[in-house]
Design a protein around this ligand. Structure first.
Ligand code: ADP
Length: 234
């Protein structure tokens, strides 16, 4: 999958616009949210509390979009720290464990090279791992019952890169989905923002790396994240 420079420019531009107006939109959304909650007893009286629930969840979704955009448009130059890939993965897996339990997924990880070290913005890279693991859990959840959900996470050296693989046996993707995967706002989920992967891609590019994706419909997906490694203390 090739991410074009055009897509990256488009995302950067959209990010700037969003950052500029996000605060202005957030305030009215917050007051709408409050007033809808005040209306709740009246909606209940006429048996329409479902409408209130939908409005609230849609407001929350709009807020999520703004939040993710603000995040993605803020730091363009990463604040780099030298860290072990194994440690980054361990901490990301820990943060994903409760959701994995809820969605019936098993997380496995294998670090083939315990000294593998990268110089990265830890917060940003963790966000990337979390986005991709969360997508894997969603993909497994959607075929729940058909098979046991497994997510395999591994890291090794590949040329001058640390190669991190996040592989799931979830629903997989059609060609059409694969082609649009990294487009800002592309989502196939009812409650999705379609920003997770476009933001992740940009973060990895800003670190001098890249992301490749292999996917088979109904079988699963593998995300391959390449980050330049640095010589660590051995
Ligand atoms: P969102 O998760 O909000 O939909 P993303 O940018 O993270 O936004 O993902 C875009 C789309 O890519 C998802 O809606 C889904 O269709 C597809 N996708 C991403 N990861 C996977 C995966 N591991 N398996 C199947 N489909 C995936």
């Amino acid at each position: 999958i090739e991410q074009t420079a055009f897509q990256n420019d488009k995302l950067a531009m959209l990010g700037k616009i969003a950052a500029a107006i996000a605060h202005e939109i957030r305030n009215p959304l917050t007051s709408i949210r409050g007033f809808i909650q005040l209306l709740n007893p009246y909606l209940k009286e006429v048996g329409k509390q479902e409408y209130g629930r939908i409005i609230l969840s849609e407001i929350d979704r709009a807020n999520d979009i703004i939040y993710e955009f603000l995040n993605s448009s803020k730091p363009s130059a990463p604040m780099k720290q030298t860290v072990l890939v194994g440690l980054l993965l361990k901490e990301s897996i820990l943060l994903s464990e409760s959701e994995a339990l809820m969605k019936g997924c098993e997380l496995h990880s294998e670090i083939f090279d315990p000294y593998l070290t990268v110089a990265v913005d830890v917060k940003q890279i963790k966000q990337v791992f979390l986005n991709i693991v969360k997508n894997a859990m969603d993909a497994i959840y959607e075929v729940k019952g058909e098979r046991k959900g497994l997510i395999d996470i591994s890291a090794r050296r590949e040329g001058k890169y640390a190669l991190i693989s996040i592989k799931d046996n979830g629903k997989g993707m059609e060609r059409a989905t694969l082609n649009r995967l990294f487009d800002p706002f592309f989502t196939t989920k009812d409650e999705g923002t379609g920003l997770g992967l476009s933001v992740s891609y940009r973060i990895i590019c800003n670190h001098g790396g890249t992301i490749h994706v292999d996917s088979q419909l109904n079988e699963g997906t593998e995300f391959l994240i390449y980050l330049p490694y640095v010589e660590g203390k051995e």
